[in-house]
Write a protein that binds this ligand. Sequence first.
Ligand code: NAG
Ligand code: NAG
Ligand code: NAG
Length: 217
Amino acid sequence: MTKVYALVCLLGVMSLTQTFKVTPHPPTWPSAFSVGFHEDWNISVIPSSDGAWYYDYNIRRARFDHLQGQSNYFCQGRGLTLKDNHSDCHLIFATDMYVHYAREKQCCRACGPAEGCTVLKPAWLTGAKYIGKQTISGMVCHGWEKQGAQAADRWYQTEDGTPCQYWEMYRIPTHPLHTMTFNISTYKVGPVQRSVFDVPDYCSITCPNPWKPHGEY
Ligand SMILES: *[C@@H]1O[C@H](CO)[C@@H](O)[C@H](O)[C@H]1NC(C)=O
Ligand SMILES: *[C@@H]1O[C@H](CO)[C@@H](O)[C@H](O)[C@H]1NC(C)=O
Ligand SMILES: *[C@@H]1O[C@H](CO)[C@@H](O)[C@H](O)[C@H]1NC(C)=O
């Protein structure tokens, strides 16, 4: 009797493990990391470019860099007077979010918590749906999809948590697709040098065209 019971328990545990393997739980980001990426758009007129993420949730800071050639929709159209709208642009998330054209030393406050411009929580994928495995940059990556009001996000990472790719999928107006492919040789987990998140003092102005949610891209 005890033996049978033990066997049933064992089978139960095994089937639980199997179920878990088929639908892994959404991952949580490390509380601090940095990684470089290459971004591509499924819109022929937008060229691809490079960038980097710096993230430290312990101090509620992040900086997302979209480098030369960028067509980032937070960077563009803020009304700054620029020599090149596509030059290096740093999105600095402090309490508010700032758009900083680093080479031109032009900067403004684009939005804040009222507009949903806050540092992503490490557990932002909570409730995301597992969408299976995919080979990205030669690595086996697991994907999760999170549905938003107008867009869906997809996050792919390896079994050991190394980021592979991030997707933004829009249903409105058509079906453009934006992907960021992470360069794993630049992935570092752990605190980021604090000065990376410094907001230059010339960022104190509000953008002539502040960013608004559900605006035009
Ligand atoms: C930058 O973009 C703005 C808004 O689209 C435009 O008015 C301006 O002429 C652009 N500047 C350059 C140098 O292309
Ligand atoms: C780009 O979007 C179209 C749908 O608009 C889709 O058929 C195509 O597969 C997408 N390309 C990539 C590289 O994802
Ligand atoms: C990844 O980053 C390394 C180090 O910065 C660089 O040498 C390499 O060219 C990058 N790889 C890709 C595919 O961008």
